[in-house]
Design a protein around this ligand. Structure first.
Ligand code: SF4
Length: 361
């Protein structure tokens, strides 16, 4: 396993003649995974909208004028019902997303911990994406039975400054570092098609592949340009860029689960099949990805049947964590107020989207 990849080497792989790239990626894939098994995760937005951050791609940022319907934190019972539905539809993992800058100790976080306990007891893998977290918060999530924590790097460190001004790339790495101090696995990837250069795609893969250990799961998203966001006018990327990105990710992170995430509605079945051949072995299921559309589960299951793919069973890669009840917890909340950075530099397109009048549906 290499952890010393550099940008030039990764670009060289990305730009190989396509047939060579596919052959190499598929070979690495077969050496490390069953090529006919694909992990299926369901993404659940447990708290939607009203986020104080300014991520240029995100319709949940409060400052942009998008048409999403926000909601407060969901109840544990509602989450359990959705998790049971996801399990019945073939998902082995539930990923809960909350539109927060960072986690704050208190009632809401306690409620999320209860959701984690509840889903782990359903024998499903539980993942959370809640923003920046401290080591103590990561420990408490681990104790509750969390299987994975998602925290995307989004893009290269260079381009990050053109996408987000309310936090720094280093904050992302720090949160990933906090998760790594527990037995929770790391899920971290990014988005392509945000106007970045190929060097930035390679730069993001350098940042992920040089982590030791590498993330257990890497989602590759294609930008879904939502009206009202600063990136609303960016043209969609071609399927070939997605295939190249998946294949390159597979080659530099052989053991990782590479996830086809946002943007699948724009991809044909042939395009998705090519991504699976190139090493993608995980998808998000369900008709919504937080707030953007996603293929229906039945359509996905039909596609699996056609391609001879099988959904991965829960805990096939790592044993199920044990759930410690809240009353038995060894990690009391510390009530910390960490100083996550707030660079606050000016990103013209973000400022412009903020000042626009509300988009009509
Ligand atoms: S991506 Fe996450 S942190 Fe950024 S604005 Fe959206 S919800 Fe907030």
């Amino acid at each position: 396993m290499r952890h010393d990849w550099n940008r030039e080497e990764i670009l060289e792989i990305y730009n190989k003649p396509l047939m060579e790239l596919l052959y190499e990626a598929a070979t690495v894939h077969r050496k490390n995974h069953d090529p006919n098994t694909v992990q299926v995760s369901t993404l659940l937005s447990i708290k939607t909208g009203g986020c104080p951050e300014d991520c240029g791609y995100c319709p949940q940022a409060a400052r942009y004028h998008t048409n999403i319907e926000g909601n407060d934190l969901m109840g544990v019972r509602q989450v359990k019902a959705q998790a049971l539905r996801a399990k019945a539809a073939g998902s082995s993992r539930v990923c809960m997303g909350a539109a927060w800058r960072n986690v704050k100790d208190g009632e809401e976080f306690d409620q999320v911990l209860e959701m984690v306990r509840t889903i782990n007891k359903l024998d499903m893998e539980v993942c959370c994406t809640l923003g920046m977290i401290t080591e103590n918060q990561a420990q408490r999530l681990a104790e509750a039975g969390l299987y994975a924590y998602n925290h995307n790097l989004d893009t290269s460190e260079d381009y990050y400054k053109d996408v987000i001004s309310t936090r720094a790339f280093q904050d992302r790495l720090d949160t990933i570092g906090n998760v790594r101090k527990t037995n929770v696995t790391v899920c971290s990837g990014g988005i392509i098609g945000m106007g970045e250069k190929l060097e930035d795609r390679a730069g993001m893969l350098v940042a992920l592949a040089t982590l030791d250990p590498q993330p257990e799961s890497v989602p590759i998203n294609a930008l879904v340009a939502v009206p009202g966001t600063p990136m609303e006018e960016i043209e969609p990327i071609s399927i070939w860029e997605m295939v190249r990105m998946v294949a390159t990710t597979r080659i530099v992170m052989p053991e990782t689960q590479v996830r086809l995430s946002a943007g699948r509605t724009e991809m044909s079945r042939e395009g998705q099949a090519m991504c699976f051949f190139a090493g993608a072995n995980s998808i998000f299921a369900g008709d919504k990805l937080l707030t953007t559309p996603n293929p229906d589960v039945n359509e996905d299951m039909e596609m699996f049947k056609m391609l001879g793919l099988n959904p991965q069973r829960a805990f096939e890669k790592k044993t199920q964590p044990q759930t410690v009840e809240a009353t038995e917890s060894k990690h009391a909340p510390l009530g910390e107020k960490p100083k996550w950075s707030r660079p606050g530099h000016n990103i013209p397109r973000n400022e412009e989207a903020k000042s626009k009048s509300k988009t009509k549906a």
